[in-house]
Design a protein around this ligand. Structure first.
Ligand SMILES: NC(=O)c1ccc[n+]([C@@H]2O[C@H](COP(=O)([O-])OP(=O)(O)OC[C@H]3O[C@@H](n4cnc5c(N)ncnc54)[C@H](OP(=O)(O)O)[C@@H]3O)[C@@H](O)[C@H]2O)c1
Length: 298
């Protein structure tokens, strides 16, 4: 069963998995985005600060798909201190499109203490027809509370860091968002594979992958899906992208999700131990070096 689109609080539906273009170098960006579109991705995620909106737009144009068939998200990143309106106009021009599906405040710090005022500027962009839906990214529960206390239009999503090693701290935020019908978009979900390998999460992920005959990255993305999040991920490799799209067919059990959450919660202890070990091994090397210098002078 392919992924089902996810309902947003403004009446629109968003494709449940997006291809992100963060860190993709300009010279290979349109090729990688084009590959994702050819394989079936219909949701692209970029940002002003990724500096590759032209290439993302070029890939969309070259796909020959009609505008309504591809969801395009970009973000106001406060680049060069430009205001949301000017930034949005530049993003539209770089992407080569007449409207943006979803426009996000990339980070609350960009609001410089004025979340309410900044959000009003995004509401204005929606009224102007530049963007169809508006949302936020990296907002905490407190940031959302502030925004919701004065907004006319609610944010449809909050794009956040979502992987098993942060699930304990993100759960109250996810619960708050669920109460207010703000959909989570989860990024960097593959961190247990990309930058924190050999941690406690590997065991349940590998066991589930073996049982379901799928790859560990697919288990992690299925875990994000089980949290009712829109998946935002990326890959330069065709076979991985095909695997990501097949996550629509992978259903984890409640026990699978619990086992991954539980292992993720052990992450803090694991990190602390790793740091202690690293400090201790530095000490041993330094002591050895001093010993050698002293000994060689005798
Ligand atoms: N709003 C924000 O502040 C924010 C922040 C970060 C990211 N994002 C968005 O989220 C998107 C995804 O972010 P991310 O790159 O951090 O996400 P991710 O989904 O955690 O990681 C994607 C990377 O995982 C690698 N990978 C996949 N399977 C692997 C495996 N089995 N072993 C080792 N590596 C593996 C891929 O490398 P290969 O190319 O080799 O397959 C790819 O580069 C970004 O492009 C951006 O659109 C938003």
């Amino acid at each position: 069963m392919p992924f089902k689109d996810i309902q947003l609080n403004d009446g629109r539906k968003i494709p449940a998995i997006g291809f992100g273009s963060w860190k993709i170098p300009k010279d290979v960006c349109s090729g990688q985005v084009g590959q994702a579109i050819d394989l079936g991705f219909d949701h692209l995620d970029t940002a002003q600060v990724y500096r590759n909106e032209e290439e993302v737009g070029q890939a969309f144009k070259e796909s020959g798909l009609s505008r309504k068939d591809v969801w395009i998200t970009t973000k106001w990143s406060g680049l060069d201190d430009k205001e949301p309106k000017q930034s949005c106009e530049e993003s539209l021009s770089k992407l080569g499109i007449s409207y943006i599906d979803l426009y996000l405040i990339h980070h609350p710090r960009l609001c410089k203490g004025d979340i309410k005022g900044t959000w009003k500027k995004l509401e204005e962009l929606k009224k102007l027809g530049y963007v169809k839906s508006i949302g936020v990214s990296n907002f905490t529960k407190e940031d959302l509370q502030e925004l919701l206390s004065s907004c006319h239009i609610k944010p449809v999503v909050n794009q956040i860091l979502l992987h098993p090693y942060v699930i304990k701290q993100q759960t109250p935020l996810l619960d708050y968002m669920s109460t207010h019908h703000i959909v989570p978009e989860g990024y960097s979900t593959l961190i247990p594979l990309t930058s924190k390998p050999n941690g406690p999460v590997d065991k349940p992920v590998n066991e589930i992958a073996k049982r379901l005959n799928v790859k560990p990255e697919q288990v992690l993305l299925a875990w994000s899906k089980a949290k009712n999040a829109v998946i935002v991920t990326t890959s330069s490799r065709k076979e991985r992208l095909e695997g990501y799209l097949n996550v629509g067919d992978i259903e984890l059990t409640k026990d699978d999700v619990k086992a991954i959450d539980h292992a993720g919660a052990k992450g803090e202890l694991w990190e602390a131990r790793k740091q202690k070990m690293a400090a201790a091994s530095k000490y041993v090397v330094a002591a050895g070096l001093i010993g050698y210098l002293v000994y060689s002078k005798l």
